[in-house]
Design a protein around this ligand. Structure first.
Ligand code: C2E
Ligand code: MG
Ligand code: MG
Length: 590
């Protein structure tokens, strides 16, 4: 067996190469020789040795450690046995040898008889390992994969699902299980034969794979999965696991995409085949907490979809199907909302408590769709975020707000702040500061008039990136506020490093000022803290005099709420401003 095996000897000392080579040839091995690390690597690439003998100290070029590390980085060098030859017997050089991936080491001066045994032993060991690896892979392949589509099979899926359930339980996350079944596949099989049927299944498997690979902001399923979350259970049944599902209804986006992708005709020779799909969706933990339960309920939901005519998805929970349907309807309408002019901004005045004047506004988005009616931001903003539509909508909001306020300032209204809400998705999207800058240029609004309200969630992700964006925005000259402060998890120590100008105390604390000593303590603390950090504070949701008095006593800078004014349409706001500031048209702008 050793006849065909070759050993690469890398050593700068020709005498040692000679010694070693003759010994190894004597025991029936082929020997390749190299005088430096570089030459050794080149030879290895060309001829691929079954073992490598490597000198540690080679004065010219790369030393043995580097050579070994480089060898390990090569596709065929990963498992090859490497025996390091070292004159240094200290612990550190031995440790280093193992660190760079040496299999074993031998000390110089060499005992050539011992060396022969060592090499033989190494080669044998590595061959056994190789064989084991191969058969293991083969076995794994047979047990866990479906040969026809090369997708994971039922066994794999169930085991994977079990593992993911354990993880979801720990991390308190949701998951979606999609049970996908072709409509009328039996007919294809019966009329056109199994071969065509098999081809169709292969095509479907590929399309499914593609459907989940398509980058999806809302379901991070494909990310860690490399396709493992997709499986063929058997026949024309496929399953898909969506991990990290944010909301139950998010699964429909994937389900819809699959339904549409699979409905494309499949060309098979002279035949153009069209198959529709029925999809059942079960959600962990709502619809089951074990793998069997979830699979069974997703299957049942698929059956509902079939019974209702096929070519559709159904949730296991009937209630969820309704919610999902509304979501899909809204999503479709939202895509066209800007172009159809369905979006509008309302403006809520903010009171400067000390001056007793209204100088600031918050822009609040309104959406009115003819078919569905008015929809609240609380419902459509998350949808816009999940679908990525928030990028264009958010840009529209900033542009519209700047345009309106610039026009009002020109008319002499005393407005020195327009606050605009910015979603985390929008803020973290590449190029956001440039968009802001561009809009300011277009509209001619002074940058310091624009205040961006960020959420704590936008600031807790990648700190360095966040810091970059904030710095860019401050360079442009806009003001930065944190909205709904106190409800997120941002650490105060980190916050103080960010260039933030204002905190907005969340409504919930303001609402309970009278009833809850806890909430009034929090509100007071936020106001005091902002002061000490040189930030301004605005209290939101001020609805009665008690609350306003409290804020006044605590030296809160600004207040906003129904007590002072509800959010107003542009027309109402013009009225409001004119009544409040009769002389404003002849007075200061700032
Ligand atoms: P927010 O930024 O905290 O806005 C304040 C919300 O409180 C507004 O709700 C406002 O109408 C409401 N509000 C104002 N005063 C009072 C009061 O005295 N009592 C009570 N109970 N509520 C009051 P709205 O307009 O429904 O907006 C809800 C949320 O939607 C906003 O919360 C904001 O996070 C988001 N949003 C609104 N417009 C936009 C936008 O253009 N872009 C983004 N990304 N988010 C927006
Ligand atoms: Mg806000
Ligand atoms: Mg708020």
């Amino acid at each position: 067996m050793e006849q065909s095996l070759s050993v690469l000897v890398i050593d700068d000392d020709p005498l040692i190469r000679l010694l070693v080579s003759s010994k190894l040839q004597a025991i029936g091995l082929n020997v390749l020789e190299a005088a430096s690390g570089e030459e050794g690597l080149r030879l290895f690439d060309e001829r691929r040795a079954d073992a490598v003998l490597l000198d540690v100290m080679m004065p010219s070029g790369i030393d043995g450690y580097k050579t070994c590390a480089a060898l390990r980085g090569r596709p065929h060098g990963e498992h090859v046995p490497v025996l390091m030859m070292t004159g240094l017997e200290d612990i550190e050089s031995i440790n280093r040898a193992y660190e760079v991936g040496a299999t074993d080491f031998i000390t110089k001066p060499l005992n050539t008889t011992l060396l022969g045994h060592r090499v033989k032993y190494l080669l044998k060991g590595s061959q056994i390992t190789q064989q084991l690896l191969l058969s293991k892979q083969k076995l794994h392949q047979l047990a866990y994969y479906d040969e026809l589509t090369e997708l994971p099979n039922r066994l794999f899926f169930l085991e994977y699902l079990q593992r993911m359930i354990a993880q979801a339980e720990r991390q308190k996350t949701k998951m979606g299980i999609l049970f996908i079944d072709l409509d009328g596949f039996k007919r294809i099989n019966d009329t056109l034969g199994h071969q065509v049927g098999d081809r169709v299944l292969q095509v479907i498997g590929k399309r499914l794979y593609k459907s989940i690979r398509a980058n999806d902001a809302l379901v991070r399923s494909g990310k860690n999965s490399e396709g493992v979350s997709l499986a063929r259970l058997g026949g024309d049944e496929f399953t898909l696991l969506l991990t990290a599902l944010e909301r139950n209804e998010s699964a429909v986006t994937v389900a819809e995409r699959i339904r549409v992708n699979l409905a494309q005709p499949i060309i098979q020779g002279r035949h153009e085949l069209v198959t529709t799909t029925s999809i059942g969706i079960a959600v962990y933990p709502d619809d089951g907490v074990t793998a069997d339960e979830l699979l069974k309920n997703a299957d049942l939901a698929m059956y509902y979809a079939k019974r209702a005519g096929g070519d559709m998805y159904r949730y296991f929970s009937i209630h969820m199907t309704e919610i999902a349907l509304r979501r899909l309807t809204l999503e479709n309408h939202l895509r066209k909302a800007i172009s159809r002019g369905e979006l509008e901004l309302h403006f809520q005045p903010q009171l400067d408590i000390i001056q007793g004047e209204f100088n600031g506004l918050e822009a609040l988005l309104r959406w009115n769709n003819q078919e569905v009616g008015p929809i609240l931001p609380a419902e459509f903003i998350p949808l816009a975020e999940e679908t990525g539509l928030i990028i264009s909508i958010g840009e529209w909001v900033i542009r519209e707000a700047c345009t309106k306020v610039q026009a009002w300032r020109k008319r002499g209204f005393s407005l020195n702040r327009i606050a605009v809400n910015v979603s985390a998705v929008q803020f973290l999207h590449r190029g956001f500061p440039e968009v802001v800058e561009q809009i300011l240029n277009e509209t001619g609004l002074e940058p310091k008039i624009l205040e961006l309200e960020l959420t704590e969630s936008a600031l807790v992700s990648d700190v360095d990136y966040v810091m970059d964006v904030l710095t860019r925005l401050k360079e442009i000259g806009v003001q930065l506020a944190i909205d709904d402060f106190g409800t997120g998890y941002s650490s105060l120590s980190r916050l103080k490093d960010f260039p933030i100008d204002r905190l907005k105390v969340d409504q919930t604390f303001v609402r309970n000022l009278e009833q809850s000593t806890n909430d009034s303590a929090i509100a007071s603390a936020i106001i005091a803290m902002a002061g000490s950090m040189d930030m301004k504070v605005t209290a939101e949701g001020v609805e009665n005099d008690f609350q306003l008095d409290f804020l006044k006593q605590k030296f809160c800078d600004e207040a906003q709420g129904y007590l002072l004014s509800k959010p107003l349409t542009a027309m109402q706001l013009e009225d409001f401003m004119t009544k409040r500031q009769p002389e404003s048209s002849t007075f200061f702008v700032d």
